[in-house]
Design a protein around this ligand. Structure first.
Ligand SMILES: [Fe+2]
Length: 373
């Protein structure tokens, strides 16, 4: 009698609208080197549960994290999900992350000084906060009471020239205080509040976002293309975001197109508003509301302000407290999320002595997502 094969198990997260915990087989503890059969289970779990957590991975090397991330997309050629404009002096992403020298596609994120980590002698990290990005940030008084916001709901993607990554891996290496410090996300429009651990990562399901649309909205979404601005993170840099982090306030502050780094129309991203999950066949409402430029709809082209308002109206119902999953980080958590099926946001802020260390990896795909009607 052959002995039973050790296998990977998938357990839905308790008390969460989606997400799962993965237990690795005893003899396959490095997730980058799973057998074909076990990787297939992991691949399917990421597409079905959208966010999966593999605990106990604190020491996974950047090279392994890269290989694991790359394995989710046979079409990707290995470039980081953002182009070199990621570091442009005007980009809203310029201070987010620092490449690991051994594997430049793996970014170091976090807060505070971590000199010497991954061979980087001088490493100061800054957790992105809503204070520098929102049009009307919380007052110091409210933040002292523990209030925070969703920083920016997004899909990891350059949204210019490169195709959106299939999966993102996010590793919590040092997350002190996450288990003991809480924060409260405040929804300014409804007054609702959501309590989470400090600097939790928030996720919303694009599938749930599509499902909750009215029949008319579904029809509209299935037939709409989102056009992203050229070098979108530079384009929006003088503008500020709405208090829910879903889109930008339209005040005409965007950088004029002729002041952007060189761009060409053929590299402007035109992506469907609905992306079809290749494993489940479900439709996901997927848009980066801060970077949208125009919407090409059945009624004609919507320009910037109307495009933002339209996406906001479609997306806002899907980020309510009971609809989202907030990952409260524990040291060693390796989170893998289906970047083409969820929206996610940083939350929280740290005090002057705050410290956190994480590794993130995503890789530009070789193909754009598609809507299969
Ligand atoms: Fe992200």
């Amino acid at each position: 009698m052959p002995s039973a094969q050790p296998t990977l198990s998938v357990t839905p997260l308790p008390d969460a609208p989606f997400g799962a915990v993965i237990t690795l087989p005893a003899d396959e503890q490095d997730p980058a080197f799973l057998s074909e059969a076990n990787f297939k289970k992991l691949y399917d779990a990421v597409h079905e549960h959208l966010v999966v957590v593999i605990p106990g991975q604190k020491d996974i090397a950047p090279q392994s994290q890269y290989l694991l991330t790359k394995r989710f997309d046979p079409t990707c050629e290995g470039a980081y999900g953002h182009s070199k404009e990621f570091r442009h002096e005007k980009s809203v992403l310029r201070r987010d992350g620092h490449s690991t020298p051994a594997q430049p596609q793996v970014q170091i994120l976090g807060q505070g000084r971590h000199d010497g980590h991954a061979g980087v002698a001088d490493l100061e990290l800054r957790h992105p906060t809503h204070m520098s990005f929102h049009h009307a940030p919380l007052s110091d008084e409210d933040m002292a009471k523990g209030y925070t916001r969703f920083y920016r709901w997004h899909i990891d993607s350059a949204l210019y020239e490169l195709a959106p990554p299939v999966a993102t891996t996010l590793l919590g290496i040092e997350c002190p205080g996450a288990a003991t410090s809480s924060q409260t996300i405040r929804y300014e429009d409804t007054g609702e509040e959501l309590s989470t651990a400090q600097a939790a990562t928030a996720f919303a399901s694009g599938a749930a976002g599509f499902e909750r649309l009215s029949p008319e909205e579904k029809e509209f979404a299935l037939n709409t293309t989102v056009v992203y601005a050229p070098h979108p993170y530079i384009f929006i840099s003088p503008a500020k975001a709405t208090s829910d982090g879903l889109t930008m306030v339209s005040e005409g502050k965007e950088l004029p197109l002729d002041e952007l780094p060189e761009w060409e129309d053929s590299k402007v991203k035109r992506l469907p508003l609905v992306w079809t999950n290749p494993v489940t066949g479900k439709h996901h409402l997927q848009a980066h509301g801060c970077c949208v430029w125009k919407l090409e709809t059945p009624e004609g082209t919507y320009e910037l302000e109307k495009a933002r308002e339209t996406l906001h109206k479609l997306m806002r119902p899907n980020i309510g407290p009971s609809s989202i999953y907030c990952h409260n980080w524990e040291e060693g958590d390796l989170v893998i999320f289906y970047n083409r099926g969820v929206w996610h946001s940083v939350t929280g802020q740290f005090g002057p002595d705050g410290s956190r260390l994480m590794h993130q990896c995503n890789i530009a795909s070789g193909r754009d997502p598609v809507c299969v009607k």
